[in-house]
Design a protein around this ligand. Structure first.
Ligand SMILES: Cc1ncc(COP(=O)(O)O)c(C=O)c1O
Length: 364
């Protein structure tokens, strides 16, 4: 047996250990939703519960929320575990997996940890990070078992429309492969969420959670949508990782899903406010190029000239503000800015970003 070569995630180490700052613009999620604002009473919670393969009331809520039968839902500890289960169930070590580039680093690390030979297809900045189905097809080989996309795209926030998703689905189907679509940021459409790729055919496997768009990360309420036979395989694999979920989190997730409109209204308001501030900041700069997503929680500007790592260091050390260096997406001329934070902190962070850019431009 070959030794495992990928045993961790450089991005996750950055996010956990080096992204903290007075003005944190590095996180990709909406700020925490306070427990006090959920209509929950202590007597509604319990330590242990009747969870076997899922907790029936939560399975029922997730199925209804996604418009799918409950046997197509695998509850998972966040989109992270959902992605892990979806990959573990759809390819064998040594198989080829075709992943968008750039993408969320954990997707690549997890695929490699599971023994995939990873290939990439480009989503180009110059093309608005669009998915080009012809480019996907060019990178497919007879050994490709899985294509992986994020919709909305992390880091850029670009949306993949249904026609393009269908084209990718047809390419996969024609090669006996599947398509995994991480839709965690599609949740930021809230009441206008477009139909999930899951409904486009049984070659699609979809993952998501209440983490990013709703500020409910601590509940770890994630899920996979898959055909019943594949879902069954994932439940069995999950027994090897987290056989029994935290029941209080399942109960709180049921309550959150029952009041999701209220949670969504706060998040939507906050994102709209921050997006306006972000675009007026970006429009005021002539040292940045950027793609302008309509939705989502992040933007991914490009510094026209200079060294992003050095700029990010100055920004954090002198201006106490953090962003994610583009090197974590293997696009070192970019940096990612999150707009899901407290609006006052976001506004202040953007002021500091501007001051740091000005200082960097004069000192180099
Ligand atoms: C595309 C993508 N998928 C999954 C995750 C992790 O989500 P969760 O917190 O639900 O595990 C992230 C976090 O940044 C992400 O960007």
């Amino acid at each position: 047996m070959p030794a495992r070569t990928h045993m961790g995630s450089p991005y996750m180490q950055f996010a956990k250990l080096r992204s903290g700052a007075k003005c944190n613009l590095a996180t990709s999620g909406v700020m925490s939703y306070p427990l006090a604002e959920l209509p929950v009473q202590i007597k509604e919670l319990e330590i242990n519960g009747p969870t076997i393969y899922g907790y029936a009331p939560l399975q029922e809520r997730l199925a209804r929320y996604n418009g799918v039968p409950a046997e197509c839902v695998v509850a998972a500890a966040g989109t992270s575990m959902a992605n892990h289960l979806a990959m573990a169930a759809t390819f064998e070590p040594g198989d080829q997996v075709l992943i968008e580039f750039p993408t969320y680093e954990l997707i690549v690390s997890t695929a490699r940890y599971l023994g995939a030979e990873v290939r990439f297809f480009q989503r180009r900045f110059e093309g608005g990070f669009r998915v080009d189905a012809a480019e996907v097809e060019r990178q497919m080989t007879p050994r490709t078992r899985l294509i992986i996309l994020t919709n909305l795209h992390n880091p850029s926030g670009a949306f993949i429309d249904e026609a393009t998703m269908k084209e990718v689905g047809d390419i996969a189907k024609g090669n006996g492969a599947r398509v995994l679509v991480d839709e965690v940021y599609l949740e930021s459409f809230y009441g206008q969420r477009p139909s999930s790729a899951f409904h486009l055919g049984d070659q699609f496997v979809v993952t998501s959670s209440l983490t990013k768009a709703f500020g409910l990360s601590g509940l770890r309420c994630g899920w996979v949508l898959a055909s019943p036979e594949l879902a069954e395989r994932m439940w069995r694999i999950n027994d090897l990782y987290g056989a029994t979920p935290a029941h209080p989190a399942e109960l709180l997730s049921v309550i959150a899903l029952d009041h999701l409109d209220k949670v969504a209204a706060r998040a939507q308001h906050l994102l709209e406010k921050n997006r306006r501030a972000m675009y007026s900041f970006l429009d005021s700069r002539n040292d940045l190029d950027f793609f302008r997503p309509e939705r989502g929680t992040t933007v991914f500007p490009k510094l026209r000239s200079g060294d992003v790592e050095a700029f990010v260091r100055l920004l954090r050390e002198k201006y106490e503000t953090s962003v994610v260096p583009g090197s974590y997406f293997e696009m070192p001329q970019h940096f990612r800015v999150g707009i899901g934070g407290d609006p006052d902190v976001t506004r202040e962070g953007l002021v500091r970003l501007g001051l740091a850019l000005d200082e960097y431009a004069t000192k180099g």
